[in-house]
Design a protein. Structure first.
Length: 427
């Protein structure tokens, strides 16, 4: 009989590893991932996602799967058989038609079901539309375990709030929403997280409420960014500096400080589609949510067209021109290239017959090549370009003198608005 808490964290990516490391400060934790190379990397004390510092990671590791507190990582199913809490932190992407792809959730649920025992609790952290945990995941757990829901095993939901690349708002410093499949399990799940989340917890009344709360967090940000992206287009036509307008408007106490930009990644650029899909299944067409998505998805093409216009105004020949793209990840100071919208800028510029060089000091070139069939480099080219597009605000770019890489008449376009007067145009 299992008495002591032993936690398995399924999926050791941007969400799973920081959570597993945090729980390992109090409990015995087994981090499980089907990627054996990722497991080897972590057990060697290195996190390529840069979410957990190597020194912190090494201090939390134990090299045997024991019941003592600490983190042991494995790709072997047998190593999670004696756990009694299973926390699933796999990604929830969309397909090429922007429809939710629950395949990672189904497969991880099957994996956990194979080792599930009576009394165990399965907690989902993946972002989903309301109803997925109980309507989609629970049947998979029941089918492959032979156990009965809310009788033999229980489920919880605590949506991840990881902000990749943010060293200030780390997992323990972000208030955690929790929920359980029964009131008693809700309290149990909440107490489990409260042991390690110093920012506190909020116990939602039901799993569906917690699921809905998560999916609207990023939908709200998506809509607000879409609004300022539209403003940027309008102010550009009026020959007004958008950053100046936002700075002036921001002097009012309740003005929300959103900025225009490329909206990608695995959260803001994806989550609204999950809510929209569920709404459409119920016969409701979500106009504002999808309008925001259309606006933000159009920004890569817009940036490319603006760069070309600036080049034409400077009498630069377009066909065969050389353009340097600074940054390829979906956000600054983070190596994650999933759903990056810089790829839209690149593809749109290539339609004009230009030659593009992409420099990103922290993106893995092999991952970019595999995901997008695009070549990037971690080394700044020693040459000059007809145009430079700052697409991602990595700290390294702030220290560069971009004039060293400009040909005569070249233009600098600042997507992120961080260069001040050192650029020819901001988004």
């Amino acid at each position: 009989m299992k008495i002591n808490k032993k936690i398995a964290v399924i999926g050791l990516g941007y969400v799973g590893l920081p959570l597993a490391r945090l729980f390992s400060s109090k409990y015995a934790v087994v981090g499980f991932d089907i990627n054996s190379q990722r497991v080897k990397e972590i057990m060697a004390g290195n996190d390529s996602t840069l979410e957990v510092e190597d020194e912190v990671l090494k201090a939390s590791l134990k090299h045997k799967n024991t019941d003592a507190k600490g983190l042991f990582c494995s790709a072997n199913l047998e190593d999670i058989e004696d756990c009694n809490y299973y926390i699933i932190t796999v990604p929830t992407p969309v397909d090429k038609n922007n429809r939710p792809d629950l395949t990672p959730l189904y497969r991880s649920s099957e994996t956990v079901a194979k080792v599930l025992s009576k009394g165990d609790v399965v907690i989902y952290e993946s972002t989903v539309y309301p109803g997925v945990t109980e309507d989609e995941c629970v049947p998979v757990l029941e089918k492959h375990s032979g156990l009965k829901f809310n009788q033999d095993f229980f489920v919880g939901y605590s949506p991840e709030r990881i902000n990749p690349g943010d060293k200030e708002h780390t997992v323990e410093k972000i208030l955690k929403v929790t929920a359980g499949s029964t009131p008693e399990i809700g309290e149990q799940v909440n107490n489990l997280y409260a042991e390690v989340i110093t920012a506190g917890t909020h116990l939602a009344p039901t799993i569906k409420v917690a699921e809905a709360a998560k999916v609207i967090e990023n939908s709200q940000r998506d809509i607000n960014i879409a609004f300022v992206n539209e403003l940027a287009k309008i102010f550009n036509l009026l020959d007004i500096n958008t950053q100046d307008v936002l700075e002036a408007a921001g002097t009012k106490w309740n003005f929300l400080p959103f900025k225009p930009g490329l909206v990608g990644g695995h959260c803001i650029g994806v989550d609204p589609y999950y809510l929209a899909q569920k709404a459409q299944e119920l016969g409701y067409h979500p106009e504002i949510i999808l309008a925001g998505r259309r606006m933000n998805d159009s920004m890569g093409q817009y940036v490319a067209s603006e760069v070309i216009k600036l080049m034409l105004q400077n009498d630069l020949k377009i066909k065969g021109a050389t353009i340097l793209i600074l940054g390829f990840t979906f956000k600054e100071n983070c190596p994650d290239v999933r759903n990056t919208k810089v790829v839209d800028v690149v593809k749109s510029l290539k339609d004009y017959g230009v030659h593009i060089t992409i420099y990103d000091p922290i993106a893995n070139p092999s991952e970019v090549k595999k995901e997008y069939n695009i070549t990037t480099t971690n080394t700044m080219p020693e040459k000059k370009f007809d145009s430079i597009v700052l697409a991602v605000a990595h700290n390294q770019f702030l220290e560069m003198d971009l004039n060293d890489y400009k040909k005569s008449g070249a233009v600098i376009y600042d997507v992120k608005g961080i260069l001040g007067d050192r650029c020819d145009r901001k988004l």
